[in-house]
Design a protein around this ligand. Structure first.
Ligand code: IPD
Ligand code: CA
Ligand code: CA
Length: 269
């Protein structure tokens, strides 16, 4: 990376690479990775925990006064009253990781009073580092990212994620899926939401939608999208999505067309 990063982003990159090293080492011998189930279909491994610990250690060593919201340990680490909150998914795409499918990443975002300022998503399988600073653009390694220019949903490639937890509203999702599928050129479900949002930022997808996601799945990716010139919001098109469990993103034209399909389905989970 040739450019000078914001010091907080630099720390996040260091933490994400440390997590990536732990994940990559473990991926070489998956039979030895202990897996437990958080709930039906929702898995966690010792690798998720080890990667999360490494990230938190690096972040708090640099910024001991900051808050932490991490998928596996919640808010147990860090300050409780800081304006700064690191939002961490140590391993996004755990199900893929367990199966050896190389689509997973570490996601780290820094929010200041609820607004994401710095973001890193690191895909250790490709050594791809996505990063963004508010107002300074989104990048993949050394390359500036821009969302796609496609304007017709009929020609668009759309990413999504399927519901999979007990109690999810599968029927409503299938209705949305059917409507979007008939209106676009193709739908994809790779299985790591943080990367899905980076793919929108990179212009590889023209849009993305999913329900049931948590802040750690989307915080970093959301800044990638907006810094690449895209839009992100809830199904009715409002920018307030971090804790809403429904999300749509895309280049501005495709975003608007997805919102018009998804708005009637708001509040599905
Ligand atoms: C999951 C992935 C997946 C999405 C799930 C998430 P995890 O995260 O982002 O793409 O569909 O809803 O829970 O559990 O692998 O960190
Ligand atoms: Ca996740
Ligand atoms: Ca995770």
């Amino acid at each position: 990376m040739s450019q000078v990063l914001h010091p907080m982003l630099n720390t996040a990159v260091k933490a994400a690479r440390a997590a990536g090293a732990i994940i990559t080492r473990a991926a070489q011998d998956l039979d030895r990775v202990a897996v437990t189930s958080k709930s039906h279909n929702d898995f966690v491994t010792e690798v998720d925990h080890a990667a999360e610990e490494a990230i938190i250690k690096i972040l708090l060593a640099a910024y001991p006064g900051h808050g932490i919201l991490a998928e596996e340990s919640g808010r147990t680490h860090g300050a409780k009253d800081s304006d700064y909150l690191w939002i961490i998914d140590p391993l996004d795409g755990t199900t893929n990781f367990i199966h050896g499918l190389p689509v997973y990443a570490t996601s780290i975002a820094l929010a200041l009073r609820g607004q994401v300022q710095q973001a890193v998503v690191y895909d250790p399988t490709r050594n791809d580092l996505f990063f963004a600073s508010k107002g300074r653009g989104a990048f993949l390694n050394d390359k500036r990212l821009r969302v796609s220019k496609r304007i017709r949903l009929l020609e668009a490639l759309i990413g999504t994620g399927f519901p999979f937890r007990k109690g999810d509203n599968f029927k409503r999702y299938v209705t949305m899926f059917e409507e979007v599928m008939q209106s676009c050129a193709g739908l994809r479900r790779p299985g790591a939401a943080a990367l899905d949002l980076c793919y929108v930022a990179a212009g590889w997808y023209d849009g993305f939608f999913e329900t049931g996601l948590s802040p750690w799945d989307i915080a970093a990716g959301s800044l990638m999208v907006t810094e690449a010139g895209g839009l992100i919001g809830n199904f009715t098109g409002e920018a307030d999505f971090l804790y809403q469990r429904e999300i749509v993103a895309g280049n501005p034209k495709i975003y608007a067309q997805l919102v018009s399909i998804l708005a009637p389905h708001t509040g599905v989970v």
